[in-house]
Design a protein around this ligand. Structure first.
Ligand code: PLP
Length: 396
């Protein structure tokens, strides 16, 4: 191998290290949960997307184990060759029914669902109008399509209107607005009612990536279309099985039948990638059954979020207001955010600091996420640990 190339890679790594941006992975030696085993210590976990605490649910484990026995370990095929089992179709129809759409199509991940959506459905004569804070997979998906690209400042409805007018002035055939349902770094919910009203005025379609909402927000956990009341004004929903709905892996798109049928014919991440493992499909089916009926867990989650927000505000921390279980504790400085994470680690609380380029310069934070896997005592413990750590660093 050309040693010049390895020298180059090594120097890029050194730059990442020097900028203080190297990500270190801590190893968990047991299942995901409210409390996790990290390096021989038990820690409180405030940074998983395990909102309803289903990631290690015994009924889901049992369903997955059952499918392992009845349907085997792997499919060794894409869906259209010999990778479609009854379980896959059952899961697609279950997702569609849950979200009130005609049908759904599975992908290996929501990253792939977003990689498929725009390139398959839109051509060069069409427009994608995208929120500036949309997830990386949406940005990459939009890049793959030939459609004209328009961007609006996050949740700024005047800016969205301006972009819709521009797309119209540019003579675009179809216009598709795409937004995260919940923005994962700030925890705010997209203004879906206003977006759908603008879409109707301008004859645009609306697609929502509801990864941080499906299962735990809105009536029965049907996500931000239910939470905001936008409902069927949202034409297309993309989502994940890797967060609230059991947390294993897999993504999907749910929409009207012809949209799903065309994706099945043309979506490249679907056509050229292996089928979901049967155990994942069966476990996810069980997870949807549980999530749909889990008003108790949703109430617990909302209660934790309210308590944690109140506790941290009263302690003097600066938060971003919101109605989701994502609670960012704003620290500003990247080094301070990292030190805060270390202080919390020393107190048995596992959190992640986020700083530039994941969030804007000067807006470093600890992003916390509540989970129904936590107890009331856990939340009290976390508030006390934040207070101690904040005082130790002079933050509060
Ligand atoms: C997590 C997430 C994804 C990726 O989902 P995977 O199934 O893990 O690939 C996509 N979009 C948003 C908004 C997310 O939060």
């Amino acid at each position: 191998m050309d040693s010049g190339f390895l020298d180059h890679v090594t120097s890029v790594l050194a730059e990442i290290e020097a900028a203080g941006l190297r990500k270190v992975e801590r190893e968990i030696s047991g299942p995901q949960g409210g409390r996790i085993a990290v390096g021989g210590r038990e820690m409180l976990n405030l940074c998983a997307n395990n909102y309803l605490g289903l990631a290690n649910h015994p009924d889901i484990r049992r369903a997955a184990a059952g499918a392992l026995d009845s349907h085997g370990f792997g499919m060794a095929s894409v869906r259209f060759i010999c990778g479609t089992q009854d379980l896959h179709r059952e899961l697609e129809q279950r997702i569609a029914k849950y979200l009130g759409k005609d049908d759904a199509i599975l992908f290996a991940a929501c990253f792939d669902a977003n990689g498929a959506l725009f390139e398959t459905l839109l051509g060069a004569e069409d427009a994608v109008i995208s929120d500036s804070l949309n997830h990386a997979s949406i940005i990459d998906g939009v890049r793959l399509s030939k459609a004209k690209r328009y961007r609006y400042d996050t949740s700024d409805m005047d800016a969205l209107e301006t972009q819709l007018k521009q797309a119209e002035a540019d003579g675009c055939r179809f216009k598709l607005i795409i937004t995260d349902g919940v923005f994962s770094m700030d925890g705010h919910v997209a203004k879906l009612n206003e977006i759908c009203a603008l879409a109707e005025r301008f004859g645009a379609l609306v697609a929502v990536d509801d990864c941080h909402a499906t299962g735990h927000l809105g009536e029965k956990g049907r996500g931000t279309p239910a939470l905001t009341g936008a409902g069927n004004g949202v034409d297309i929903v993309t989502g994940t099985l890797g967060k609230t709905l059991g947390g294993s892996m897999g993504g999907f798109i749910a929409a009207a039948q012809p949209i799903i049928d065309l994706l099945r014919q043309r979506a490249r991440p679907y056509l050229f990638s292996n089928s979901l493992a049967p155990a994942v499909a069966a476990g996810s089916l069980k997870a949807i059954d549980i999530a749909e009926e889990a008003d108790d867990l949703r109430a617990k989650l909302a209660g934790h979020a309210a308590k944690f927000r109140k506790g941290l505000s009263e302690a003097g921390f600066s938060l971003i207001d919101g109605q989701t279980p994502i609670i960012p504790v704003m620290l500003g400085d990247a080094v301070l955010a990292q030190n805060m994470a270390k202080e919390l680690d020393a107190r048995g609380v596992y959190v992640a600091g986020f700083f530039y380029p994941v969030v804007p310069q000067g807006k470093a934070r600890i992003r916390t996420q509540m989970s129904a896997a936590l107890t009331d005592e856990d939340v009290d413990f976390a508030i006390a640990a934040f207070g101690d750590a904040g005082r130790a660093l002079g933050v509060i």
